[in-house]
Design a protein around this ligand. Structure first.
Ligand code: GLU
Length: 425
């Protein structure tokens, strides 16, 4: 019987494919891992025959050691979970529990040619469950390794990948090496998995460039040709399943990395460079901050609740920064509640659910009424970034938090938006 992990030869009408049989979540698709580390999905109905070339044997006992190659840079890959980690789980059909370099290299052998790979598993979780304490663990692990390696890659679930990237960008006040967050939109049991290419491009970027700081490395297009290096504070997951789901909003990518060519093309020139400086982290967060999307027919009782229970509210407002505070009894009560809240020291930050473009404190009377009571208009900052930034500022900069919210600290505010048109096409 053929089983997962066996090396197989699959003959279809058109070709013969050899590789390791992987688990598949789709009943009509057989997934084979090729020797270059990439998976192909083969339609079961098109298979003429499949035979075992080499049976998979469970490895018992001794831990496999990876030899250090002299002259190669060192990269540490930190695992936090998400779909990209399921790749590690599936490996040659068995389960990888320890996330060791040997196991990872068996799965993606190209990585071993780019750098000496180290690994550390921080967590194994879905990213929607992340708490500020998880961000702190990640930052502490980055600090622990930063002076000993040439770059750090963090495997992470894609759903809140940009929340973590923003948190790390703020927490790492000084960072001397590249720290790249990498996710996978499709799991490794699918022929179209993107995880290994994202990891390989991240490793190539670390080795080939002089970039330092936090960024994302994800598919730039829906082809497997290149990855984009993206801002940690201006990027957003804009599609549930596409591999090129991650887009920079109100700005452009930092660089592109060719998957086959390995070529790094910088689109931005003003980035932080690698250095010998000591790493500085400020990793506290205040969790009395909430992010809330406004909509029509909002109840005043909710505004009362927020004012009573939080220190700061980040609104994902409509259009240029409107809140339901103008006409009608309920809405006017919302206005009075916010006014009192701010007077007592509460912070109301305003971003836009439009995402593209910037909020404006005085284009309309309604907006002027909000700026008059002290609402802070967050320019073109993404709502999630404003949320993370404010929670971080409140804890680390206390009284200066409100003032610093509209200062551009990590590229989160772009004064000159050039990439608006057709960017998501
Ligand atoms: N929702 C999970 C997460 O973000 C799985 C999705 C993924 O990894 O892309 O961790």
């Amino acid at each position: 019987m053929i089983k997962e992990g066996d090396r197989v030869k699959v003959r279809t009408e058109k070709e013969t494919i050899e590789g390791v049989l992987m688990p598949s979540s789709e009943t009509d698709i057989v997934v084979v891992k090729l020797d270059n580390g990439y998976n192909v999905g083969i339609d079961k109905h098109k298979i003429r025959n499949m035979k075992v070339v080499e049976e998979h044997k469970e490895k018992k006992g001794k831990k496999k050691e990876v030899k250090i190659k002299k002259g190669l840079p060192t990269i540490i890959i930190l695992g936090t979970g998400g779909t990209i980690a399921s790749k590690v789980d599936y490996t040659t059909g068995g389960v990888i529990a320890k996330f060791s370099p040997a196991e990872l290299l068996e799965l993606i052998p190209e990585l071993g040619k780019i750098a000496n790979i180290k690994t550390e598993l921080i967590a194994n979780m879905m990213s929607e469950d992340m708490m500020f304490s998880d961000y702190q663990k990640i930052a502490a692990t980055v600090k622990k390794h930063a002076d000993k390696v040439d770059g750090i890659i963090i495997g992470h679930g894609t759903d809140t990948l940009t929340h973590t990237s923003a948190a790390l960008a703020f927490m790492l006040e000084k960072i001397n090496i590249p720290v790249l967050l990498v996710g996978s939109q499709r799991s490794s049991d699918r022929g179209s998995s993107d995880g290994s290419i994202n990891l390989i491009c991240a490793a190539k970027f670390i080795v080939e460039s002089d970039f330092a700081g936090v960024a994302l490395c994800m598919h730039a297009t829906s082809e497997d040709d290149k990855c984009a290096i993206l801002s940690p504070t201006k990027t957003r997951k804009m599609h549930t399943s596409r591999r090129d789901a991650f887009k920079v909003i109100n700005d452009g990518p930092i660089a592109l990395v060719g998957y086959k060519t390995g070529k790094v093309e910088f689109l931005k020139k003003d980035y932080l460079k690698k250095s010998k400086d000591k790493v500085v982290i400020k990793d506290k967060f205040d969790d009395n901050v909430i992010l809330l999307k406004t909509h029509t027919n909002m109840k005043h009782s909710l505004f009362e609740f927020l004012a009573k229970n939080y220190k700061a509210i980040v609104f994902e407002a409509t259009g240029l920064g409107h809140l339901p505070t103008n006409l009608g009894k309920e809405n006017l009560k919302n206005y009075e509640t916010l006014k009192k809240f701010i007077k007592k020291g509460g912070i109301v930050a305003i971003s836009s659910q439009c995402l593209f473009g910037r909020v404006h404190p005085n284009v309309y009377v309604n907006l002027r009424r909000l700026s008059e009571i002290g609402c802070v208009f967050c320019e073109d900052m993404l709502p999630e970034t404003a949320f993370i930034k404010l929670a971080w500022l409140l804890s680390n900069y206390k009284k200066d938090a409100k003032k610093m919210l509209t200062e551009n600290l990590r590229g989160e505010i772009n004064k000159r938006i050039e990439f608006e048109e057709d960017y998501l096409e």
